[in-house]
Write a protein that binds this ligand. Structure first.
Ligand code: PGA
Length: 228
């Protein structure tokens, strides 16, 4: 796992420009996270950057009505504005009547070609997407219960009361991606990031599992790197 430490002032520009390099000239099968961390990266992408890509939303919260501003799909569409490719954007349907069937559908869609690049954020509890502590590397896309910490975090996205569950692309599909990026910024992530990089590899801190990936990069700003 490569760790790239960048000054906070240049982090978003550098990551966005690296992403653009990957996207040109022919686009990618991408899984994109929401949350606060990637927003400045997405904001810097030119309007047509994703035109030839296929985008898979990393996860979605249950319990929130369609279009709610706390829903991951709403956050991603807002962040990417017109950059979401028409007809090539996929998300898990938390309103489907049969969640098991829906998870199989979404998993099959991802596995039919796999992911070229998974862009992820890091939870303060070490989660990747909604793969909470205790999630294992072989778990596929599925419905998950959220930890208290993740529920509290969802309040920051305007989900109040917060959701108690969600649908998550599984660690199996994430780890099978040809390349994985973990985006980490701010002093609030310094402690968990030092665990991810320096402590034992454990299901209790799912992001440590990325250390087994042959092509994983952590893009981190100096504040989050303070304890490395
Ligand atoms: P954040 O969330 O980018 O809003 O910090 C990351 C996460 O919880 O996965």
């Amino acid at each position: 796992m490569r760790v790239e430490v960048l000054a906070a002032s240049s982090w978003a520009e550098a990551v966005s420009s690296e992403l653009l390099d990957r996207l040109e000239p022919s686009g990618l099968r991408l899984c994109l996270a929401t949350g606060a961390t990637p927003l400045p990266v997405y904001a810097r992408l030119p309007g047509d950057a994703l035109a030839t890509s296929t985008v898979f939303l990393l996860d979605e919260f249950g319990d929130l009505p369609p279009g709610h501003r706390g829903r991951c799909e709403t956050m991603l569409r807002t962040a990417l504005l017109d950059r979401v490719p028409a007809g090539a954007f996929h998300s898990p349907d938390v309103d489907a009547p049969d969640l098991e069937t829906e998870c199989s559908r979404y998993r099959d869609l991802i596995n039919d070609g796999g992911l070229d690049l998974a862009v992820l954020g890091l939870g303060t509890n070490g989660h990747l997407g909604l793969n909470e502590p205790g999630s294992t590397a072989d778990q596929p896309t599925r419905a998950v219960e959220l930890t208290e910490e993740t529920m509290e975090g969802a309040r920051n996205y305007g989900a109040d009361p917060p959701p108690t569950w969600g649908l998550a692309i599984g660690l199996a599909e994430i780890i099978a991606a040809r390349e994985v990026w973990l985006l980490v910024t701010g002093s609030g992530k310094a402690t968990v990031l030092s665990r991810v990089v320096n402590d034992e590899i454990t299901d209790q801190v799912p992001a440590t599992l990325l250390r087994t990936h042959p092509n994983a990069v952590i893009w981190v700003d100096e504040a989050a790197a303070a304890r490395l």
